[in-house]
Ligand binder design. Sequence first.
Ligand code: GP9
Ligand code: MN
Length: 652
Amino acid sequence: MKRFIKEKGLAFFLIAAVLLWLKTYAAYVIEFNLGINNTVQQILLFVNPVSSSLFFLGIGLLFKKKIQQTAIIVIHFLMSFLLYANIVYYRFFSDFITLPTIMQAKTNGGQLGDSALSLINPLDIFYFIDTIILIAVAIFYNRPTETTTKRPFKIVMGASILVFLANLAVAEIDRPELLTRSFDRNYLVKYLGAYNFTIYDAVQNIKTNSQRALASSSDVTEVENYIKANHDKPNAKYFGKAKGKNVIYISLESLQTFAIDYKLNGKEVTPFLNSLAHDDHTFYFDNFFHQTGQGKTSDAEFMMDNSLYPLSQGSVFINKAQNTLQSAPAILKSQGYTSAAFHGNYKTFWNRNEMYKAIGYDKFFDATYYDMSEGKTKNYGLKDKPFFEESMPLLKSLKQPFYTKFITLSNHFPFEMDEGDTDFPAGETGDSVVDHYFQSANYMDQSLEQFFNDLKKAGLYDTTIIVMYGDHYGISENHNDAMAKVIGKEVTPYENAKLQRVPLFIHVPGVKGEKSDKYGGDVDVMPTLLHLMGVNTKDYLMSGSDLLSPEHREVIPFRNGDFVSPKFMKANGNYYDMGTGKLLEEKSVDPNVEESVKKELEMSDKIVDGDLLRFYKPKGFKAINPSDYDYTNHHPKTSESHTTSPKNSDSE
Ligand code: GP9
Ligand code: MN
């Protein structure tokens, strides 16, 4: 063996492979929170960089002896770079880079990239030290042998494939259907490694693009049958009660349900929203869960407007903006509604300017319609108070009835406020993110009260149905210690799943509301709203289930295949009793529930991946033609070239 290594000049290659292997393992342990639950997973984590180190560095062995070491160094550097990019990305998002997210970073005008710079640490040079060692070895101990045979290459590739297959086999025993089911990227990295994940991701993307090409009109039948069989009858008590009313949606940035009615040292954090939660004309849902994926705010928007699930990877706004949709604003358009979106950030963010055309928004008031001068902006754009204030004249200029949405921004990670914007005290957990959250949530609450007062003054309050929803979590798992202090108990996976609750308010003038603890999720809002507006939804292909219907389905899937239901939930692959949080054995759990979760996601994915609505023509629906829309602002208040660039960091 020793002779073989020496003779074939493999020593340099092996040094490179071992260095890359150990460094990758060190990164797993230091940087990523992969949830290692048992010894098998621990061993797999240690072993999984081996196959890809051998495979990719092994490609270097194909090169002629003269440049072989250089080739190995270049490959080693590229892999180190990929690893490091994942590390930086993970520090924000607790997730790994996927091809669609790279596209997102580009489309979002580099804003994600800008904020990434602030999380790079000088000690990170550690992740490149081994490449430097390799260069030194190549320079000082350069002893290339004269062999030109392909044998070493073949042996290394064979070894890499064997190690990979063994790795996969053990992983499959611990986690069946690892590669076939849709689940968390963390699992793939934990079991198969960061580099193999990148390959998996690339293959997935090629597959997704071909899905559209391969889908045909006959694929609609299965989806249509499934959705129609699961259609919930609207509640006669509420059907049509808001017919002809205006609609205002408000996306409450990062607002989680734990904040509602929460008192910080005796002071309510969101007094205005609390009053609405107990208001006579408001339906307030306190078991409502966000179902967003990597597309965050935009995923929530997608679900509100379309009642379909976003993608398991990347943002549907970015990857599927060419799809045909049958959205709520488009459905109401055929009944004479005008639609508009209001957002104090630039129109390219999350690719909104394209996706809103597919959704059918008549108008998009982006940052160019607002005064974006210093002091008025923070993080991604205009602060909520000036945002609502400056939106009022724009809103009043719309032809009624209207369907509109307002996307707030101030309560965004890292939640720090400018001096003078708040006199609400910060929390005292010692975690800056959590502590500032209370201040920015209170600021948002004040801005909402201001907006409601303005609506009343404008005479719109009594003619408008107002839907407000927390768009996604604001405080990530990185802050579990501080959150334990806030909620007064340890943040177990069960508690963490419960923290994914976001508040949902539906204020309907003239209708008696109620506080409901029914389980619901983002996709359920559109059918609820349409039924209130007196729109029959039987002919539309939606994933959601009317929250006010007596037949409302209470199993709420999450994008990674986990779910909650009144009886039990699945979090990080484990089952818990929903009431007590006790860990349940898989065999004590009704398999039909999990089956229905899989089916729900699968049916929606078929529509979105195959762009199936292009083949589907609901009765009375006038199809949207995106090229009919143009959001150019001919009298901009702020020039298009400005971009908001968060100084601290982006989101987590
Ligand atoms: C940016 C805003 C915030 O326009 O939607 O994005 P988020 O990071 O919350 O998805
Ligand atoms: Mn958001």
